[in-house]
Design a protein around this ligand. Structure first.
Ligand code: GCU
Length: 600
């Protein structure tokens, strides 16, 4: 166990995350001299610990027996050391070898969809200490890889000057077992190399990438590889030359293959080739012909849902359709569509919902879009730290429950008596459903304000925008009803699902109510399971969402005296803001839908 002192001398500004250990320097640590030994010596409250290397063990796994930790190497020992300090016992091995954060950090220091300050990697100044703390925090929850820059990647990322910086960052992260990856711009051979084309079948282009890979690996021999957003939202890609995604990905895969590198190729592609097609169907249409054609060091990376990180989406059917292609899931830790760093929304329940449909053993790895910045408390909202923590813990063991993870996080992050901890726990566990309720219940989706995606705009329409950016496209409200007909009488998106979901979702009578308006256009007067009409149910959900946030504020008052002043106060301010926003969502959405529903 770790010691927490109630009378801590350090400011509780959130900067120490869940690693708020006090230095005890009590344990006699024997065995291997390494970071794990240092951590235990400084922070472990036991009398002794022993570290043993056992090369027969699986990569990253650890075994804790009494106070002896065994693992294959020093990184496994480090994971074991943090586990011992959390109070774990026995054997543990990760579900995935690839447990990676994706930073959408730009080279000018800004962060796309970042709500916690500037980039820890690219903002001017020396952030070595911060990056080291970042590595330590990741190691404590088992995250072992990171992509340092935005998927909307600047070609400059691959210039010699930046590769030098990547080398420095890799050196800070390496002792903590974290491998570095980069997002690349597919047109880099033109923008940076002066070539006339970026056609993946052009010999000069392939040669450029081969030379670039060689240059990178010379500096960073354990470099992980590339993440690629191609032919998506204006990014260049193989499609610009009438080549397939497989042709583009394979050319890059060949360049990094000699060094053991991998390519993570994103399936988040819509627009250009699919005008008029339901957006949620487009990834499958775009990629299905490439199935089985990728090199073995390519992994297709897809968002959990078929649209875009909404508060609730059904799982993305691409996971059913690419049968001969290694796949990984991309989850979004930064709460772009879930109140950003203003709302307390604990995301583990949402991710677990996804794993109910897409079994972890179907995936090769897991990526999380990071919510980390230079803000003192790292994540903007003190409780958003729990989402970083939960991502790491689920990436290690997706069978952990949301409750177990939240309890662990609360125990390490605050110092609360059990009853108070449980009150806060209940608030966390209810928070995601509350957010769905006050933003877009019953399968409504993407009725956000344009561009920044904060706040409601159900009447959003701009003729100059692609229709799939407009809220009105997604709810299709009219005097008859509301919702997007994706059944066989509509866009037939349900046909992309494997059974039993295909039939289940296709029939309005069997479609789970939480996805109802995602898959069906439903009359306002249609009766749901509770006997109330759809319109009544919509209103009830919005009201419930608001009353949940009211209750969170009540709980928060109750626990006031058990919290340190700063974190309590800062959270209180945000909860008040969340309530104001929830009421705004309720009012704007109900006023808007009423104008159809009460006409019918
Ligand atoms: C969303 C997000 C963009 C991001 C994109 C992506 O659309 O709003 O900022 O670039 O996803 O995942 O590529």
């Amino acid at each position: 166990m770790v010691v927490f002192s109630a009378m801590t001398t350090m400011a509780e500004d959130g900067s120490r995350l869940w690693l708020r250990y006090e230095k005890v320097q009590k344990a006699c640590v024997t065995g291997v001299e390494c970071i794990a030994a240092q951590e235990l010596r400084n922070y472990y409250d036991g009398e002794r610990a022993n570290l043993v290397i056992d090369t027969t063990m699986a990569q990253d796994a650890y075994h804790i027996e009494g106070t002896t930790i065994s693992a294959k190497d020093e990184i496994g020992l480090l994971y074991g050391a943090y586990a011992l300090m959390r109070g774990e016992e026995g054997y543990s091995a990760p579900q995935w070898q690839l447990r990676i954060l994706n930073h959408w950090d730009n080279l000018d220091g800004s962060i796309e969809r970042g709500y916690a300050g500037q980039s820890i990697f690219w903002e001017k100044g020396d952030h070595t200490e911060r990056i080291k703390e970042y590595a330590r925090a990741n190691a404590s929850i088992g995250i072992n890889a990171t992509v340092l820059n935005n998927v909307n990647a600047s070609p400059k990322m691959l210039s010699a000057a930046y590769i030098k910086q990547v080398k420095k960052i890799a050196a800070i992260l390496r002792p903590y077992g974290i491998k570095v990856f980069l997002s690349v711009n597919f047109a880099s051979p033109m923008a940076l190399g002066g070539l006339k084309t970026a056609d993946p079948l052009d010999a000069q282009v392939a040669a450029w990438w081969n030379a670039k890979a060689k240059e990178i690996y010379k500096q960073i021999p354990d470099f992980g590889g590339f993440l690629v957003k191609a032919n998506s939202e204006g990014q260049p890609g193989p499609g610009d030359y009438h080549r397939t995604h497989a042709e583009g990905a394979n050319m890059l895969a060949d360049a990094v293959k000699p060094y053991g590198g991998i390519i993570m190729w994103r399936s988040f592609v819509y627009g250009a080739n699919h005008k008029g097609e339901d957006r949620v169907k487009q990834a499958v249409s775009e990629f299905v012909n490439d199935d089985g054609k990728f090199r073995d060091n390519v992994i297709l990376q897809s968002k959990n849902g078929p649209l875009d990180f909404q508060p609730r989406e059904p799982y993305a059917p691409i996971f059913d359709n690419m049968k001969r292609t290694p796949q990984m899931a991309e989850l979004q830790i930064t709460q772009e569509y879930l109140g950003q760093s203003r709302h307390l929304v604990y995301l583990a329940p949402m991710w677990q919902e996804f794993f109910r449909f897409v079994k972890p053993n179907r995936l090769k790895g897991i990526a999380g879009v990071a919510n980390i910045g230079l803000d003192k408390n790292w994540c903007g909202h003190h409780f958003s730290q729990a989402n970083w923590y939960a991502f790491g813990r689920l990436a290690w063991n997706p069978d952990l429950t949301s409750e177990e993870i939240a309890k662990e996080w609360l125990t390490q992050t605050f110092h609360l008596p059990t009853t108070k901890r449980d009150a806060v726990l209940s608030m966390m566990l209810r928070s995601r459903e509350a957010c769905v309720d006050y933003m877009m219940p019953l399968g409504l989706h993407h009725i956000f304000k344009f561009d920044h995606h904060y706040g409601p705009e159900p009447d959003g329409f701009k003729a100059e925008y692609p229709i799939e950016w407009c809220p009105v496209y997604y709810h299709q409200a009219d005097s008859l009803g509301v919702g997007f007909n994706r059944s066989h009488t509509g866009t037939n998106a349900t046909a992309q699902y494997a059974e039993p979901y295909r039939s289940l979702y296709d029939d309005v009578k069997t479609c789970p109510e939480e996805y109802l308006l995602w898959f069906h256009h439903v009359p306002w007067t249609y009766r749901l399971k509770n006997g109330h009409t759809l319109w009544e149910n919509i209103q009830e959900h919005y009201h419930h969402g608001v009353s949940e946030v009211e209750d969170f504020l009540r709980i928060w008052q109750e626990v006031k005296t058990d919290f340190d002043e700063q974190r309590w106060q800062e959270t209180q301010e945000r909860l008040l803001h969340q309530l104001e926003n929830a009421r705004e969502w309720q009012k704007v959405c109900l006023d808007y839908f009423r104008s159809f529903a009460e006409k019918s």
